[in-house]
Design a protein around this ligand. Structure first.
Ligand code: IMP
Length: 176
């Protein structure tokens, strides 16, 4: 079965330029703080995090968490639960959570208190995409790549039923 071709929203070069700008801002903000720990929320963040981490110019380490959220692209969120925890201790560390997209905000509303309870020195969020229209909880990411409309976006790590993650650009598909 072939998948419909997404309608492009952000091209590869637009994404690269925005990632460079985000990395420059993060490098500035963390320049005097010592080592930064980038925490990627799997799976959608894997390409964004790889590009962002290579652009950031302060000392950094990388860790991952995985949570169950949406199932197969369905619009109703599945019950959130941890699927994979961080490998390392974050006590006293500067932690930057890296998300692919903040949609309802439920994932961050669940994750941030869990991380905060481990007493990091600082805790902030960088999201590539921000779908403000569907926000259900008061969460304001510290770094935002692009605002996106209330449509299902895929590519550059984001999926629809596990398809399209490896698409080099970000596009919109019609079904939701
Ligand atoms: P939230 O908990 O509603 O903020 O949703 C966060 C998660 O939902 C993201 O990390 C994505 O995995 C998924 N998600 C939400 N909207 C989209 C979309 O438009 N495309 C792909 N994944 C999405």
């Amino acid at each position: 079965m072939t998948s419909p071709q997404p309608t492009p929203l952000f091209t590869e070069s637009e994404i690269a330029a925005r990632v460079a700008t985000l990395a420059a801002a993060i490098s500035r903000d963390y320049a005097d703080r010592g080592e930064l720990l980038l925490v990627g929320v799997l799976k959608g963040t894997f390409i964004f995090l790889a590009d962002l981490a290579r652009r950031i110019e302060v000392r950094r380490q990388i860790d991952f968490v995985a949570l169950s959220s949406y199932r197969d692209g369905a619009t109703r969120p599945a019950e959130l639960r941890p699927v994979m925890d961080l490998r390392g201790d974050i006590t006293g560390r500067h932690v930057l959570v890296v998300e692919d997209i903040v949609d309802t905000g439920r994932t961050l509303a669940y994750l941030m208190p869990l991380l905060a309870a481990r007493s990091p020195s600082s805790l902030a969020v960088c999201t590539l995409l921000h779908k403000r229209a569907r926000r259900e909880v008061a969460i304001e990411p510290d770094y935002v790549g692009f605002e996106v409309p209330d449509r299902w976006v895929v590519g550059y790590g984001l999926d629809h039923a596990e398809r399209y993650r490896a698409l080099p650009y970000i596009g919109v598909i019609e079904e939701r």
